[in-house]
Unconditional design. Structure first.
Length: 81
């Protein structure tokens, strides 16, 4: 199954590791370090021109998505069921 992250970006649900609200990056030093490390190793991709609302972590990339965390989680849960 697949999850639409916004724009033209779609990922396989099997690659999904985590979905976080983008505010976690500002409130957590560990989250900032994780994203910084991802930029060095795997890359980080911003989807579209809109302000990001969530951070989606997959096995090989980190995405900034303009879709809210709750909507993405509903899509992921819907695809699992």
């Amino acid at each position: 199954m697949y999850i639409h992250l916004g724009g033209e970006k779609i990922i396989r649900t099997s690659q999904l590791v985590a979905i976080f609200d983008v505010s976690i990056e500002q409130s957590s030093k560990l989250s900032r370090q994780f994203v910084a490390q991802a930029q060095k190793n795997r890359g980080v991709e911003a989807i579209g021109e809109e302000e990001p609302k969530s951070i989606v972590v997959t096995e090989d990339r980190v995405y900034y998505s303009p879709i809210s965390t709750s909507t993405l989680k509903k899509r992921a849960h819907h695809m699992d069921g």
